[in-house]
Design a protein around this ligand. Structure first.
Ligand code: ADP
Ligand code: SF4
Length: 683
């Protein structure tokens, strides 16, 4: 048998006393479930193990109530009562022959301890991180002893729970051990401050403590951000970042290395390509003999192999690629590479953690639903009837619905009005930096092309009469939405008078319209689109003024870790930004902007107006068909439903999710929207 070009990825690798069965390593990632929804969290991790990840890690696991990340939902090992939750998850991971790892953490001043109400601690007294009006206490020697004790106790509990790998964590700018390393947080004058040797002391002690506690029952991993990307203000991989690796080289059994802060580590595809961390972390393997894991949104087996062969990494670390496709390793092993549901780097997954709810994924609609809805990314219930199904509209919702229905075994026809599939993504994936988003379409088109129970008709705009004439058993309408151009959104409840400027829609700009400048963009959407349209126009040399009622540009993109980068990008371009103002009217090229706090008006000049405020569902077809309800029976139609943006304009993730849900719902008498298992404490 011919050897697979990727076989190196399936070699076992020793990590201290343990052996990973291959090189696929699901690094720690938060999921918004944690201790609050532990069964959901456990089942999500178990599916990764089933998909052949050799190591499956928890998210951050608080070692003590003085590191209480409420209102987020992470894992905890505060005391013995937390052990069963972990043991349940570890058992599920072990059932699939994977190693279970726990990321022990104390977050120091990067927690406000909103639940435990304990005063936060830090190497030196300072303000706590999260805009709570509280400060952190500078730690004395007893506090340091306590911290070491808490870490040892947590490691002991982790061993009791059955973990194979215990983490010591100094990364992401969010951890107390990282705070000790950084002179900007650590201004101590004792043996834990000052020189790098002193600032590393506590990490060394905790690594040694952990080793002593776990013995040969588990491996000790060290997660470390080698560069903070803040220049001289923080660690740099050519200087102290490197020296730390040299000082601790063979102390841990495994190095898990990345860059800081989280927005740089989990960089979105808009701001960086696959493998973007290599230049920062590639020195590590030259210094240590211990295995090294790193991340970089790896989805291509060729780049994975290249990382191993060129001696950059021993393990292919992944958080997001394992979320988008928990079966990524299995698909590579089985030579089904084209079937990988590649992560698009949109960071909808991080919004779960940021907003304190179970994570979701644009590409993988089953993510977060493994336990509560019993959904599996690779298996789906067989068709409940022999009905044929018509889907109208091949955007993300229609494509996912078609794919899931064909997976169930239904005969499906997908009709699309335009000459290609993709819906809104046909345009949006052409925006600067969003090319990888096309994967949402490409994956589904490829998978459908492999099936013989689906027919896709392009250039096939359907009318209500067509649908009745065809007589499919079920009709799913996924005709999408369009942006409104009247400036109505969150701030404006009624259309203001905007007759004094040429008005453009986002679709027109994406299709290449070049309005006369200055163009006033009014962003009441608060996500990526307005900023990208500003970039597009600016690239074409058209002056842009960015107006928003929010206090910042793209404020919701904080949840995708992009807000800072988006605003910084617009500012670097010199685009004028006017925050906390509404557009109240436009007269002869004069835009009246009203301050949402004081009500004061200011006037700016502009020729064109581009509102990015809200979308209107394209649901006319749906209503026209529904009006003919009396004819359904004689046409053989059992149900007509609408999904995705045609139902409610929302994120692409929401459209994919709805398409998937409808595919499961079609023959199901129960309401799958509302039906899910709850995790009540006593259940
Ligand atoms: P969603 O995000 O809900 O999938 P999109 O707007 O991305 O919505 O996609 C909707 C798709 O439906 C578009 O490709 C559009 O061309 C197509 N469409 C709209 N009306 C019709 C119709 N009457 N017949 C067939 N396709 C349609
Ligand atoms: Fe990747 Fe986006 Fe899914 Fe996150 S939500 S795993 S970034 S596709």
């Amino acid at each position: 048998m011919e050897k697979s070009p990727w076989s190196i990825l399936f070699e076992p690798v020793k990590i201290g006393p343990k052996t990973a069965k291959n090189r696929f390593y699901q690094v720690p990632h938060c999921n918004g479930m944690g201790h609050r929804w532990p069964r959901s969290m456990a089942e999500m991790r178990a599916v990764k193990a089933e998909g052949s990840w050799a190591v499956v890690c928890t998210e951050e696991c608080e070692i003590h109530p003085s590191s209480d990340l409420s209102s987020g939902a992470l894992m905890r090992l505060w005391d013995e009562s937390d052990i069963p939750t972990h043991a349940r998850m570890v058992d599920r991971i072990h059932q699939h022959d994977a190693l279970a790892a726990v990321q022990l953490v104390h977050n120091g001043f990067a927690t406000s301890n909103r639940f435990s109400r304990i005063a936060p601690i830090a190497p030196s007294a300072r303000a706590a991180r999260y805009h709570d009006p509280i400060q952190a206490r500078g730690m004395d020697r007893q506090d340091i002893k306590n911290l070491r004790y808490w870490h040892r106790e947590a490691a002991r509990r982790a061993i009791t729970a059955g973990y194979d790998i215990i983490y010591v964590y100094a990364g992401h700018n969010l951890t107390l051990l990282m705070h000790f390393l950084s002179p900007r947080y650590n201004q101590r004058r004792d043996e834990y401050g000052g020189s790098l040797k002193n600032r590393v002391r506590l990490i060394r002690e905790i690594l040694e403590d952990t080793r002593e506690i776990v013995g040969d029952r588990a491996a000790v991993a060290f997660r470390f951000a080698v560069d903070e990307l803040v220049g001289d203000a923080g660690l740099r991989c050519e200087e102290e970042g490197r020296e730390v690796v040299e000082m601790l080289a063979d102390l841990p059994d495994l190095w898990d290395v990345n860059i800081s802060d989280w927005s740089n580590d989990s960089l979105t595809s808009r701001f960086g390509p696959e493998g973007h961390q290599e230049a920062y972390i590639d020195f590590v393997k030259k210094i240590t003999d211990k295995p090294v894991v790193g991340v970089g949104r790896f989805t291509s087996p060729d780049s994975m192999v290249s990382q191993i062969r060129r001696g950059v990494l021993d393990f292919i670390g992944a958080a997001r690629p394992s979320i988008a496709d928990p079966f990524l390793p299995a698909k590579i092993r089985e030579g089904r590479v084209e079937e990988i549901r590649e992560c698009i780097g949109c960071n909808i997954c991080t919004t779960g953690d940021m907003l304190g709810v179970p994570l979701r994924c644009t590409q993988n609609p089953t993510m977060g639903e493994e336990w509560r809805k019993g959904w599996h990314p690779e298996r789906i219930e067989a068709a409940g009837s022999r009905d044929s199904i018509l889907i109208v509209g091949a955007g993300p919702a229609g494509l996912e619905c078609a794919l899931a229905l064909t997976n169930r075994g239904y005969q499906v026809v997908l009709a699309e009005k335009t000459e290609s599939c993709g819906g809104r993504l046909r345009r949006e994936a052409t925006l600067p930096g969003l090319g990888e988003w096309r994967r949402v379409i490409d994956h589904r088109i490829y998978m459908l092309s492999q099936k013989d129970n689906v027919k896709v008709y392009l250039n096939s705009g359907l009318a209500a009469q067509d649908i009745l004439d065809f007589g499919f058993g079920h009709v799913v309408i996924a005709t999408g939405s369009h942006w409104r151009t009247d400036a109505v959104g969150r701030e404006n409840h009624f259309p203001p008078d905007i007759s004094g400027a040429a008005v453009f829609s986002p679709e027109q700009i994406m299709d290449g319209a070049t309005p006369a400048g200055p163009v006033v963009i009014f962003d009441d959407d608060h996500y990526y689109l307005a900023g990208l349209l500003a970039e597009m126009l600016d690239n074409n040399g058209i002056e842009v003024i960015f107006v928003t009622p929010a206090d910042r540009v793209a404020s919701w993109a904080e949840n995708t870790l992009e807000q800072h980068k988006i605003q910084a990008g617009l500012m670097r371009r010199g685009i004028r930004i006017i925050c906390h103002h509404n557009v109240s009217h436009i007269e002869a090229g004069k835009f009246s902007l009203k301050c949402i706090y004081s009500g004061r008006e200011q006037i700016i000049d502009g020729q064109s107006f581009l509102p990015v405020t809200a979308r209107i569902p394209d649901d006319r077809l749906y209503h026209e068909v529904r009006e003919r309800q009396d004819d359904f029976r004689k046409c053989g139609i059992k149900s007509v439903t609408r999904i995705g943006d045609c139902h409610v304009p929302s994120t692409i993730a929401a459209a994919v999710y709805h398409g998937h849900l409808q595919a499961r719902q079609v023959d199901n008498p129960r309401d799958l929207w509302t039906e899910f298992r709850r995790e009540n404490n006593w259940s």
